[in-house]
Design a protein around this ligand. Sequence first.
Ligand code: NAD
Length: 260
Amino acid sequence: MDLGIKGKSALVCGASKGLGRGCAEALAAEGVNVTLVARTPAILEATAAEIRQSAPTATITTVACDITTAEGRAAALAACPHPDILVTNAGGPPPGDFRNWQREHWIAALDANMLTPIELIKATVDGMMARGFGRIINITSSAVKAPIDILGLSNGARSGLTGFVAGVARKTVAANVTINNLLPGAFETDRLKTTLNAMAKAGGRDAAELIEQHRAANPARRFGNPAEFGAFCAFLCSSHAGYMTGQNILLDGGAYPGTY
Ligand code: NAD
């Protein structure tokens, strides 16, 4: 299927590794010109070089910055001022016990996982509407539907973003601008390893054993891989996906046990 987005421009945050990289690769493979944002220049440049090789028709630009800061967002938007596609993403908040979190921990989580996506949407959505095409994807978490106790900062901040998106997504779709959230379950990335290692430590368990237990417990008997997450994201960004907006789409191998 031709996704109909060749030549469009995309700003993809948290794009040097994991799920953001998966999205950037899939969009570039469709001929989208992608601006990759991540913090560590060396990893970012290595990723960009690999994507340029695998998708030679796409123009790949890099911005090394912290997207959760005003300066970082300004740098990203200066490099890609009029994106047709925006993928918001940043590292998730650290796991822990809510009894140990102070106001500054909550503010950091809200900044990274709620207010940064909202600021990026604010900066780009009107231009998309004026041009009659836009696709905004927020990478959130399965924790929005099925909260994970040690990820309380994530559960809270991402739920705030989800509520915000639910309102605004209905105001943009008539202009062919959709806003949807992708909710990853367990995907094989650095972040997953960090979370499972913390769970093992908190419970006094062997980390390798816990990881295998989680893998086996998933109905798919495996973790997801970033490439399949990226392919899904690319379809949601396609010209064919203009009638879907304000949705929370769970990609978790069936781990969420509910009917709805
Ligand atoms: P990852 O650690 O593998 O990759 C994160 C990427 O984001 C890296 O490129 C990193 O450089 C970049 N990044 C992080 N903070 C940034 C910042 N402040 N500014 C710019 N770039 C930044 O993580 P991942 O597994 O791909 O996770 C992506 C998001 O999805 C995270 O918010 C995570 O909490 C969430 N999530 C992941 C899983 C999973 O199983 N992997 C499950 C649920 C939710």
